[in-house]
Design a binder for this molecule. Structure first.
Ligand code: PLP
Length: 495
């Protein structure tokens, strides 16, 4: 098909993989922005490639959804945004405006939240490694500290004594029993040993007499609802026990790991995995670079292993995921939400990824096209793998391409997007992406829903590449101009 009637310079946006794709869910602000290709091009000209664009409306909507759920159960609650999922200060500012707290996991995350005006009482410190200066800052500002080990108890207590302060602490618990098996974690106090330790050592006239134990905390690896039900249930039992021993237990904090649904179609998600396996068995053409199995392998002519990516398609996600947990019955047959209410315990959550679902995109410029020795098209983008990377083996969302010029000679072309690091493995997506035409130099590629971990978590400055700029869009969705975007450090969003 030729579209010779199409005006030159009219930018068009197309999703990759029109057929057999993994179609992402896109918030209206994303769709609206992608329809304004010239604007995106100007932003890249001004700020360099790639550029991350953030929008605060979805963040607000996600907060509202959790609140609505808690209120429908009439449950005492508090939401903390896990800052590590994205480094933009705009989310901190917006969290303050929205009246939620922040989960901080380093001294800088903590200091920034305080500097931006968040009250210490709205912060929680959950760092894996807690240094003296970090603890001092937390204590001075009445930040609840989540204790992970005995050395921390010692350090926090001695600093509190120096300052003549008392400190609200929660204890992180792990090692929960799920279906007769113990969940291993390197974090926290083991559930089988935590109670004797607390009862013996924490409280007035005990070793750690400056610590006020006000809550219990867990954060589980992975995304299992069942494991979270078990952990919440077992923490409720501990809470009851500690209350009857005289501790004033006010909260259980169940951490993050609430699932996100990134994709529109179950059918696409399932058939992708089927096709991936067939391609590994050589029954279908490759769907990934050099037939990367993304966790699947062929062993003795059979597929083994499991998909080593984030589970991008989830019917139960966000508030519904949380609802499922609190509506469940604990080991004593009582509904967990009812038990929390009966015990007058506030339920705290620390969602990172799921609070910023739909809040960000990453846009990069096409620099070159080439065909490799086996005939695959490689499209070089002005960005690198660290600027869109998580612990997932691949980011399984179809990207969008914005053609500056799509007049003639369109020919479906499947490509791999490659990045700027000197590594063979700097492929921005391992999946092969079918495009309606080979991109031209200067065309733009848009990766959607990258705010949670993708854009910042593993970002590095190897080769002395500058970190990407983060631009925050004003809340209006339609017809923006470059003036409606502020660099994150200066952005003051008025939603
Ligand atoms: C990472 C982390 C979170 C956030 O996890 P998400 O999967 O982004 O929701 C919350 N709490 C703690 C302690 C964490 O380590």
């Amino acid at each position: 098909m030729q579209h010779t009637d199409r005006k030159l310079n009219q930018m068009t946006c197309r999703k990759g993989n029109k057929y057999q794709g993994l179609t992402p869910k896109t918030h209206p602000w994303m769709a609206s922005l992608m329809a304004q290709g010239n604007l995106l091009k100007e932003l890249i000209t001004m700020h360099g490639s790639p550029v991350n664009i953030l929008h605060m409306d979805p963040f607000e909507e996600n907060i509202a959804a959790y609140r609505k759920l808690f209120r429908s159960f009439n449950l005492k609650h508090k939401i903390y945004f896990a800052r590590k999922a994205n480094k933009c200060k705009s989310f901190v500012r917006q969290a303050i405006r929205s009246g939620i707290g922040i989960d901080t996991a380093s001294e800088r995350e903590l200091a920034e939240a305080l500097d931006l005006g968040m009250h210490g009482q709205d912060l929680v410190l959950t760092s894996a490694i807690k240094t003296r200066t970090q603890i001092e800052l937390a204590i001075k500002n009445k930040v609840t500290i989540i204790l992970d080990n005995v050395d921390e108890c010692h350090l926090v207590n001695s600093i509190a004594r120096e300052f003549n302060h008392r400190v609200d602490v929660g204890v992180r618990v792990s090692g929960f029993q799920v279906n007769g098996e113990k969940l291993y974690s390197r974090f926290g106090f083991d559930i089988d040993r935590v109670s004797p330790f607390i009862l013996k050592n924490i409280g007035e006239n005990k070793t750690y007499d400056r610590l006020d134990l006000t809550g219990l905390h867990f954060h589980l690896n992975g995304y299992s609802i069942e494991e979270r039900i078990a952990a919440l249930d077992q923490c409720l039992e501990l809470a009851k026990q500690y209350k009857s021993a005289g501790y004033s237990i006010q909260f259980i904090d169940m951490g993050g790991g609430i699932l996100v649904n990134y994709l529109q179609s179950r059918e696409e998600w399932e058939s992708f995995q089927l096709r991936l396996k067939e391609s590994l068995m050589k029954k279908a053409p490759p769907v990934t670079f050099q037939n990367n199995g993304l966790g699947y392998r062929v062993l003795d002519g059979k597929i083994t292993g499991s998909l080593d990516t984030y589970p991008y398609y989830n019917e139960i996600h966000g508030a519904a995921f949380l609802k499922k947990i609190i509506m469940s019955r604990g080991s004593h047959g009582k509904i967990l939400a009812d038990e929390l209410k009966k015990e007058n315990i506030q339920l705290r959550i620390e969602p990172g990824r799921s609070l910023i679902d739909q809040s960000g995109i990453t846009v990069a410029r096409v620099v070159h096209r080439k065909q490799d020795a086996v005939g695959d098209w490689l499209v070089g983008l002005e960005m690198n793998m660290s600027q869109m990377m998580s612990s997932s083996a691949d980011f399984l969302l179809d990207p969008f391409i914005i053609y500056q010029n799509r007049a003639t000679n369109q020919k479906n072309t499947a490509v791999y997007f490659t990045g700027a690091y000197c590594l063979e493995r700097d492929l921005l997506l391992k999946r092969k992406i079918a495009l309606p035409a080979l991109p031209e130099i200067g065309d733009l590629v848009v990766f959607v829903n990258t705010a949670g971990y993708m854009m910042h978590f593993f970002e590095t400055e190897a080769h002395r590449f500058a970190l990407a700029k983060n631009l925050v869009a004003s809340s209006r969705i339609q017809t923006l101009t470059t003036n409606d975007f502020m660099i994150d450090d200066q952005a003051s969003y008025h939603g």
